[in-house]
Design a protein. Sequence first.
Length: 154
Amino acid sequence: MEVMEFDIPVQQPAELVWQSHIKNFQVTLPAANPGHYKKVEYTEGPPLAAGGVVKIHYVEEFRHYDYIKFRWDVMDHDNYYCKLTIFDGGFISKKFASLVYHYSVTPSSDNLSCTMVWKIEYDDLEQHDCHDILKEELTKFSNIISAHIDETIK
């Protein structure tokens, strides 16, 4: 298993980032970037708890995949941490034997900003150059959510 880790500092409080990024992401995701995400639906189990399955639909112009499906493995709202396993969708199913995301939001000492902390664990099915796409997409995703917070909530 390979691991990729990176941090994204943002200028919003951790609680607000968690609320927008996780608790309200079914609404926030398509609203923040309608040219990328079409809709988010909960397909099985509890929506924001371990065991819940989510399907994110992408717009037709998005070239990497039409949708992804993932399962929440761990959801800790008190500590701003979740773990999810992507198990279906586009090139993901063709390139990766396993793909697990850990996401946490770490508050700053003044609670006015925070850091989005990403850790991706993966096993490749074959040699490919898609690893940078994962980081690129998560970085865009995180920055879009941060901008959406500034525009609509803050």
